[in-house]
Write a protein that binds this ligand. Sequence first.
Ligand SMILES: [Fe+2]
Length: 211
Amino acid sequence: MNLNYQIPLDELSNQVHTIDDVSYLSDFVEQSYYGVIWDRHIPVNIQDWLNKIDPKLIPSFRHIFHKNEVRKSINKIFENSLSKDTQINWLIQDITRLSKLFSSLMKVDYIRLRMEVISTNSCRKFHIDAVKARLICTYRGLGTQYGMSMDGIDPKHFKTTPTSSPILLKGTLWIEDNPKMILHRSPPIEGTGETRFVFVTDPIFDPENEI
Ligand SMILES: [Fe+2]
């Protein structure tokens, strides 16, 4: 018996849907896709700035915020790190926008926001997150890699989310025992000298029980 149910890439596109217009982001909750990628192009000068900036100047943080406090709080976090130039304002506005889009999509008042500056192999194993849903946007470096595997082993075929395009993925709390599993990982980058800026947001349904 063949236990290795590897799924080809064309089938993967049916499960992780790509949109090019943000107004279709609601497909993530209204349709049965396991994930949605908002394939977007950010301004070239912003991507160029993100690619070149000293990683030490990008703050790492992990915190739960009320959706109405995101802009003020993110402004405060970045205030100590960088001077307020055009590019940093763009980044603050984009983080705020993605947070608002995701909290309204998930119908929550609270969300956890995380920014990670990564230069090692973090989360390199293919996995599914123990959350209801997650939005990941890699502003610099290779994006999240995803594939499908019916038996939970590493997918042989996988795709890489475009840099600066958000990917929304359903987690174990949404999918439960559905056997069709979309697995993802951070791309292995150790030893390449690459540094990634990864922004992650999760919906918080019960803020009192969260750390
Ligand atoms: Fe993950």
